[in-house]
Design a protein. Sequence first.
Length: 114
Amino acid sequence: VQLQASGGGLVQAGRSLRLSCAASGSIFSAFDMAWYRQAPGKQRERVASIIRGGSTNYEDSVKGRFTISRDNAKNTVYLQMNSLKPEDTAVYYCHALSSSYWTWGQGTLVTVSS
């Protein structure tokens, strides 16, 4: 599967952005999907995940602000980010995982100004 992320940009604190990650080349519904982020000088961390069955999981700092969802008909996973904070500034990556394969999409930069 190939992943193409989009939707990043510059936004003021308190505003919203929605990231999209479109998948191609394989059966999207067979993959667990996740969004990670990497801020300058920090390790990459998982922000949110959604498994094939639809259950979701969030990193503590984004709970209540971010929502991950997937549309298997469109082969796309989304990350709705509300009430953005400057500390959310990072490059965001989507990730696909199956029982025998995993891959990353290219990153999309999110910059939150104070």
